[in-house]
Design a protein around this ligand. Structure first.
Ligand code: NAD
Length: 298
């Protein structure tokens, strides 16, 4: 049985680790949060008391951590010194391209195979095993990476060499941040114009305004499929995480000389939302800022 070390069992990693159990893999799980480990054990994983314990004898090591510094630290201090050299290392966190390339280089020099494989799809897709993975790895390793990710994935696409998965993710999430704000503005305007939200949803879902932020992840409560907006924007993809991704996109754009004015505007709006104290809410909660009704979020 394939033995997987799973590090980082938060909103995303918890569901992903559970999918690996369902897929018949033996999962050794670790997180700094005891509650998160307990939940993973409830889903059939083994609790590991540390990263070093989790990676002992692992065929694959999967990390799902908040940001670049967490990934660098966990790799440098715990994974590379303790995992068997034969282990395939896959980082699914969303981090900056530079960190992904630095970790890949360090892993390769230490004799490991590494892939950056960030995901798209949100917590519902993590729980259901229907995430989209965008992968940066050596071509020869891709089949192995794809096979490993199968219990968690709807689709896995190789973007290119190390770092390319993160580049794809940053571009995708900049587009997501912009489209979510656009969707929220449209709902807010519809309300002011006296248009019922469910009518607007049905019409725009079938018209040229259709997009994922509207149809699959409606920021307006009570319309469309169940989303975080239906539970006062709890869970899901935190606004603080979206801000992190938008910052990554702007930093990357500045370095690469790309022109991204709407990406910059989206970053400014999420920075304001963060400053107002709502970083922990789902990113679609920006609806209430743009509607002018932040009291609803308290
Ligand atoms: P989260 O904050 O819910 O989970 C991160 C987990 O990592 C936490 O449980 C934390 O305790 C753990 N952690 C931090 N440092 C650790 C360490 N040193 N050792 C072990 N565990 C450690 O975040 P999330 O929403 O699950 O997101 C994880 C990553 O996935 C982020 O990079 C995010 O940008 C990305 N992502 C999230 C979503 C989403 O919808 N939530 C969607 C796509 C991508």
């Amino acid at each position: 049985m394939t033995r997987i070390a799973f590090i980082g069992l938060g909103n995303m990693g918890g569901g992903m680790a559970a999918r690996q159990v369902v897929g018949g893999r033996e999962v050794y799980a670790f997180d700094l949060s005891e509650a998160a480990v307990k939940k993973a054990v409830g889903a059939g994983a083994h609790a590991a008391g540390s990263v070093a314990k989790a990676v002992e004898g692992a065929d694959v090591v999967i990390t799902m951590l908040p940001a670049g510094p967490n990934v660098r630290k966990v790799y440098d201090e715990h994974i590379l010194p303790h995992a068997p050299k034969s282990a395939l290392l896959i980082d699914c966190s969303t981090i900056d391209v530079e960190s992904a390339r630095a970790v890949a280089k360090q892993a390769k020099e230490a004799g490991f195979r590494f892939a950056d494989a960030p995901v798209s799809g949100g917590t519902a897709a993590a729980d259901a095993g229907t995430l989209a993975f965008m992968v940066g790895c050596e071509e020869k390793d891709f089949a192995n990476v794809e096979e490993t990710l199968k219990p968690m994935s709807r689709v896995t696409i190789r973007a290119g060499d190390h770092g390319a998965g993160q580049a794809a993710k940053i571009c995708n999430n900049m587009l997501l941040g912009i489209s979510m704000i656009g969707t929220c503005e449209a709902f807010a305007l519809a309300e002011r114009l006296g248009l019922a939200a469910d009518r607007f949803f049905e019409i725009a879902s079938k018209s040229s305004g259709q997009c994922w932020s509207l149809t699959t992840y409606s920021p307006w409560p009570g319309v469309g499929p169940q989303t975080p907006s239906d539970r006062n924007y709890e869970g899901g993809f935190a606004a603080g995480m979206m801000l992190k991704d938008l910052k990554l996109a702007q930093e990357a754009a500045a370095k690469a000389g790309a022109t991204t004015p709407l990406g910059a505007q989206a970053e400014a709006i999420y920075a304001l939302f963060d400053r107002l104290g709502f970083a922990g809410k789902d990113f679609s909660a920006v609806q209430q800022l743009l509607r002018g009704d932040l009291a609803r979020l308290k």
